[in-house]
Design a protein around this ligand. Sequence first.
Ligand SMILES: CC(C)(COP(=O)(O)OP(=O)(O)OC[C@H]1O[C@@H](n2cnc3c(N)ncnc32)[C@H](O)[C@@H]1OP(=O)(O)O)[C@@H](O)C(=O)NCCC(=O)NCCS
Length: 156
Amino acid sequence: MDFEIREMTMDDYDEAAALWQATDGVWFDEDDEPEKLCAYLRRNPGLSYVACSGGKLVGTVLCGHEARRGYLHHLAVLPESRRKGLGSSLVDHCLRKLADIGIPQCNIYVLGDNEQGRRFWAATGWEKATTGRTRLWSCVPPSRSQHSAAIPRSGL
Ligand SMILES: CC(C)(COP(=O)(O)OP(=O)(O)OC[C@H]1O[C@@H](n2cnc3c(N)ncnc32)[C@H](O)[C@@H]1OP(=O)(O)O)[C@@H](O)C(=O)NCCC(=O)NCCS
């Protein structure tokens, strides 16, 4: 499968929002309205990516940070484009970009009933961190988990 991964811009909004709304495991709400996404991309320049194939958006990931650790959201790949390496490539792009700006740690949150998401993160080397809550999971990549401060201690 030929695909391109590039930085997300607001021009991708309509296709991305349609993908998020159609994807189990992605929480789509008022935080995903265009003005808020625009503010998010402006605050975290160059960190969020889309995957495209044949001119069509087939995958997304949002990435932000708070100077000490990154956070990934809205990782989604169209069902017909899954199991071709797109999800892991999107994540790798974010982790590399975070490392480039001096942030080697990253957390992700997985909805408690998202078995598919859990299997993906486990298969790609991420570990569940204990947060004291059950609805969301926080994970850190094992290569970065030597810094235990990357794991929230007081819940999410
Ligand atoms: C999770 C998701 C993004 C993975 O995308 P993808 O492009 O299929 O991922 P990859 O092809 O890079 O998969 C890498 C590895 O993860 C594992 N994996 C991925 N999906 C899996 C699944 N459904 N079940 C078991 N293992 C899975 C496999 O080991 C896979 O390698 P393999 O295909 O060589 O066996 C995609 O399934 C998706 O959009 N799911 C719905 C949204 C979601 O749950 N997002 C995560 C929110 S936290």
